[in-house]
Design a protein around this ligand. Structure first.
Ligand code: HEC
Ligand code: HEC
Ligand code: HEC
Ligand code: HEC
Length: 490
């Protein structure tokens, strides 16, 4: 009798379970169901057009235009990083970043911020010339459109101004979605090619992996390779992942092909500029390892008027802890935020120390050159500076890295301190050998202005050129783009 009861209840529970799952499934379907208002062309670049069919996603996407939130170190407000930390100007002497570097803000500003940056210069170009067209790759859903029209290699050719009137819509729908199915889609060839070189097929990625891989199209370390066989000097976009994604593997990759982003103006070291290895670093942290995706924290689900949808307001999760963290964690919002700040504070403490050591290494190296040091005497030292600063930049530029993978970032910075100090021991010996006594003074770089003067940047000239560009050429680009887009709807 007991057994009978047990079996019957087992069956009942099973059937009930089936029913519940079918109801939730239907509910999910109903929640995501929509009636298309317009036909969206394949590769449609205009976010507003997609917005007609998906108003909630579009309206939440549009909130990336907000610039009012500041967390302890991040957020979407405009922050002039060179003003906050003038050491950066010296670390990047001879490279565009020493002219202008503001912290990243919402996707809505991707185009505007590139146009405004003093790093790109005007099309006539300041001292080191305008940046290549390749720079546009992570800025806009016009990129897949133009690549489709002209080919990938053709896209990367020439200077950025060549595509000034073509790339006009900020990061949006066509960067991550297939217009017909609305499935997530990888639109950037560099990511597909990086997978291929490792013998992996990105179209086989799981749905959960795709929720991070769409971000890995842009939030990754990359470089422009002008030496690729058969590509005739085109600055081709490549992810240096062939030997792995940690700081040592990518360094070994760059060293093996002798890649140099720029020669440092003071120390003459052959430098690497880390871009933003966000995805790589995230994968080394506990959330990445447990399969929590970028979208889980930066694009949580949201419910409005009984409809559940993905919040496309991509931003600092600290502006939305309830949806971003408390779905999985029971702790109070203050506790979770304190966890994040705690990691950031501790990492920044050592990161600042490493910056100071690097500034010292650059000026000490310059002192050696000034005293007549030879290439042979400097070779090992410059390699230490290259490797020390690469570690600092990998950590500093992996936006969110202090939270995404605090142990890894802490490790990278410690190693950076060690490598840089080894270089400085060699520098101290060389300085003595060259007859120098005492300490090379720390430069007067308390403000951005002082630091830029110290490295000899003609800031007024650069700013005037940019103003001229904004007044004269930019309105022409805008007008041409509007004319072209008007033909799409015919
Ligand atoms: C097509 C390239 C591209 C893709 C794809 C992309 N991003 Fe971005 N992201 C950028 C750029 C460029 C910026 C900086 C924009 C600026 O400052 O003008 C940025 C900024 C951000 C910011 C800073 C926002 C703020 O308010 O400070 C976050 C967070 C972010 N992205 C997360 C993500 C996540 C998560 C994904 C995937 C779901 C993603 N991004 C996909 C290029 C991209
Ligand atoms: C940076 C990448 C990215 C961009 C840009 C983006 N989306 Fe999404 N979108 C996602 C992700 C991730 C999901 C969640 C998909 C999943 O898990 O199946 C999603 C889901 C959706 C869905 C499915 C329903 C839902 O809300 O979950 C729709 C519809 C959608 N997006 C529309 C849009 C529209 C319209 C735009 C442009 C205004 C846009 N998306 C821009 C990444 C993006
Ligand atoms: C989809 C679920 C999920 C979301 C969303 C999520 N977490 Fe987690 N979190 C985890 C898991 C899983 C772990 C690992 C715990 C374990 O496996 O024991 C973890 C661990 C942590 C830890 C401890 C990590 C460490 O390094 O010791 C902190 C702190 C944390 N999360 C904070 C946050 C914050 C802040 C947010 C929001 C920005 C967040 N989490 C969002 C699932 C999540
Ligand atoms: C467990 C939650 C979680 C996951 C998963 C996660 N992030 Fe973050 N992310 C955060 C938190 C928390 C911060 C720190 C925000 C702050 O300091 O205001 C952050 C910061 C960032 C920032 C800098 C934001 C700013 O305001 O400038 C970017 C960019 C970013 N994350 C991108 C990504 C990308 C890309 C992925 C996936 C490869 C990812 N994140 C995965 C929680 C997460």
């Amino acid at each position: 009798m007991n057994w009978m009861l047990f079996l019957v209840s087992l069956v009942v529970v099973f059937l009930l379970g089936l029913m519940v799952s079918s109801i939730t499934e239907r509910k999910m379907e109903a929640q995501f169901a929509y009636t298309p208002q317009v036909e969206i062309n394949e590769l449609e670049p205009r976010n507003e057009v997609w917005g007609k069919n998906f108003p909630r996603e579009f309206q939440s996407y549009y909130k990336t235009a907000d610039t009012s939130f500041r967390s302890k170190y991040n957020g979407n407000a405009v922050i002039d990083m060179l003003e906050i930390d003038p050491r950066l100007v010296v670390l990047w002497a001879g490279y565009g970043f020493s002219k202008d570097y503001t912290q990243g803000r919402g996707h809505y500003y991707a185009i505007e911020d590139l146009q405004n940056s003093l790093r790109t210069g005007g099309p006539t170009g300041p001292d080191d010339g305008p940046m290549p067209a390749t720079c546009w790759t992570c800025k806009s859903p016009d990129v897949p459109r133009v690549m489709n029209e002209h080919g990938i290699e053709e896209f990367y050719k020439g200077k950025w101004s060549r595509l000034g009137s073509e790339i006009v819509n900020p990061i949006g729908c066509a960067d991550c979605h297939d217009a017909e199915t609305m499935n997530l889609k990888i639109t950037r060839p560099a990511l597909i090619e990086a997978f291929e070189r490792q013998g992996k097929d990105i179209t086989k990625a799981s749905h959960n992996e795709m929720r991070s891989l769409v971000c890995a199209q842009c939030h990754v370390e990359y470089y422009f390779d002008k030496k690729l066989p058969g590509k005739k000097g085109t600055p081709y976009l490549v992810f240096p992942w062939d030997g792995g994604q940690n700081v040592e593997a990518m360094e070994a990759y760059y060293d093996s092909i002798q890649h140099v982003d720029w020669t440092h103006k003071l120390s003459k070291a052959p430098m690497l500029k880390a871009q933003h290895p966000g995805y790589e670093v995230y994968k080394m942290g506990i959330h990445g390892k447990r399969g929590v995706s970028c979208a889980d924290c930066h694009m949580p689900y949201k419910t409005e008027g009984g409809q559940k949808f993905t919040d496309h307001h991509i931003q600092s999760p600290l502006n939305n802890v309830a949806n971003s963290c408390q779905v999985c964690h029971r702790e109070e919002s203050e506790t979770l935020m304190a966890n994040v700040f705690d990691n950031q504070d501790k990492i920044i403490e050592n990161r600042d120390k490493l910056e100071e050591l690097l500034v010292r290494a650059h000026v000490e190296a310059k002192q050696c050159w000034d005293l007549g040091a030879t290439e042979e005497q400097m070779k090992d030292i410059l390699q230490d500076i290259r490797h020390g600063q690469w570690r600092w930049d990998y950590a500093a530029a992996s936006h969110g890295g202090s939270f995404h993978a605090p142990v890894e970032i802490g490790r990278v910075i410690s190693k950076g301190i060690e490598v840089t100090q080894e270089g400085r021991i060699k520098l101290a010996k060389l300085l003595i050998a060259l007859g120098f006594e005492g300490e090379v003074p720390y430069p007067p770089i308390k403000t951005k202005k002082e630091a830029q003067e110290f490295i000899g940047l003609p800031m007024e000239k650069l700013e005037a050129e940019k103003e001229k560009f904004k007044k004269e050429l930019l309105p022409q680009w805008t007008a041409e783009a509007a004319k072209r887009e008007a033909t799409y709807d015919k």
